[in-house]
Design a protein around this ligand. Structure first.
Ligand code: ARG
Ligand code: ZN
Length: 415
């Protein structure tokens, strides 16, 4: 009995979770160049976690900047910001409270629940069971293992016709802390199989095409956000010559790699990695898409937060060859999304709409020849940020379904 208790204590100590008591998320809006340089200076001298944008050097005048400030730095950061006469808004007064409040679905469910955040083990079991329960609509394959050896489960959703169909590829969970995104991929699969045969648009889509759905791309990082640090973003690979762990997978693709909006410092949250596709997860995804490039007509990658629908390019300011078509499809998709609950999305090329950032999977897929390449940034605009409460899973997923269906229907009509 004593031994068990001791083992229990050791286990708790070993699996210590980072707590965020007294930490805050602040929003500032720099109005002058001086304000911008104060923010950048701040990030050089104090360890702050950028929520939006994801790094200090892309902050510009007029931008909305959300930063997570650890407790010991809070007094200093607040003083500096207030002295600069910049407006400071407290988005989250106590991050630990928000971390605990996001799981606000109190319904008792054992195992998987579409209206809750599910951990990796639950998602993995779900992927296996939903595909075996729907053999005529879903097939499952593993496109490789993650750095820590977890299987990257890919579901192919579409009516099996016996012939090759065009496809949309969609991934979620690139960035570990963006929990609403794996929830969306799970929702999408369930909605597809449950409305096939009753919803005319979904039926037509699944008859004519396939959706490759990767519910969690960065599984190791996602698992880490559940067990150790809720605010983790990157992969979990070791970096040689550094004690800092992980690469930003959305800076790790071969699209202007590491030229802009990315860091070559392994300790940075936007570290581009040692080379393009240095991360096994990026390589597995890129290999699958290269192999199936002739059938993949659209690439959708789902992130959060900010309510944006972005398309190439992000690694340069120059417009994509298909700019006007991409723009009009984005306009249609975001207005379909808005029709349900009035949620407003901005849309446009990444570099001009938010900031230039190279090495993204969207730009890479586009340059490979996959024309309809889009990045979603789901809810919200900062009230909860990455800690979107479970009560918003349903409305977020419902409205996002409309945008994804809009894009897929457009693709089917314009093959
Ligand atoms: N918030 C996303 C990121 O910074 C936006 C990605 C837009 N696309 C891109 N290639 N940067 O990763
Ligand atoms: Zn992201």
């Amino acid at each position: 009995m004593k031994v068990l208790l001791l083992l229990g204590l050791v286990a708790v100590a070993l699996c210590e979770q980072t707590r965020f008591v007294g930490e805050r998320v602040l929003r500032v809006k720099p109005e002058t160049y001086e304000h911008v340089s104060i923010i950048q200076e701040l990030s050089r001298n104090v360890k702050v976690d950028f929520w939006r944008p994801d790094r200090a050097d892309i902050v510009t005048v007029g931008m909305t900047v959300d930063i997570h400030v650890p407790a010991p730095q809070l007094a200093m950061v607040s003083t500096i910001l207030h002295q600069s006469d910049m407006e400071v808004e407290v988005l989250i007064g106590d991050l630990q409270v928000a971390v605990e409040a996001q799981m606000n679905n109190k319904r008792f469910t054992k195992g998987h629940d579409y209206m809750k955040y599910n951990n990796w083990e639950t998602i993995n079991d779900w992927a296996i069971s939903i595909s075996s329960a729907n053999p005529d609509l879903i097939s499952r394959q593993v496109i490789g293992n993650t750095y820590e050896g977890r299987p990257m489960q890919l579901l192919t959703v579409g009516k099996k016709t016996g012939s090759v169909k065009p496809a949309v590829f969609m991934d979620c969970g690139f960035h570990a802390r963006e929990w609403i995104t794996p929830a969306f991929c799970q929702w999408f699969v369930q909605e597809a199989v449950s409305t096939y045969g009753s919803d005319a648009e979904m039926t037509n889509l699944l008859d004519k095409m396939d959706f490759f759905v990767l519910p969690v791309f960065n599984i190791d990082g996602y698992e880490y956000t559940w067990t150790r640090d809720r605010m983790w973003r990157k992969t979990r690979s070791k970096n040689s010559g550094s004690s800092c762990v992980g690469t930003d997978p959305n800076r790790n693709f071969d699209a202007g790699w590491c030229t802009v909006g990315a860091s070559s410092n392994p300790c940075s949250d936007t570290y581009c990695g040692s080379r393009p596709e240095s991360e096994i997860e990026s390589k597995n995804l890129a290999n699958f898409i290269r192999t199936n490039k002739s059938i993949i007509k659209s690439y959708l990658t789902v992130h959060s937060y900010s309510q944006l629908l972005l398309f190439p390019y992000s690694y340069k300011y120059g417009l994509a060859a298909d700019h006007s078509e991409l723009l009009s499809v984005a306009q249609g998709a975001t207005s379909a999304l808005r029709s349900l609950y009035g949620t407003k999305y901005q849309y446009g090329p990444g570099a001009v709409t938010i900031y230039p950032a190279a090495g993204g999977s969207d730009d890479w897929a586009y340059d490979l020849g996959i024309k309809y390449a889009y990045t979603f940034e789901l809810r919200d605009t900062g009230r909860y940020g990455f800690l979107l409460p479970e009560s918003e899973i349903k409305p977020t997923c419902e409205e996002t379904m409309l945008a994804v269906k809009y894009i897929a229907s457009y693709v089917v009509k314009n093959l």
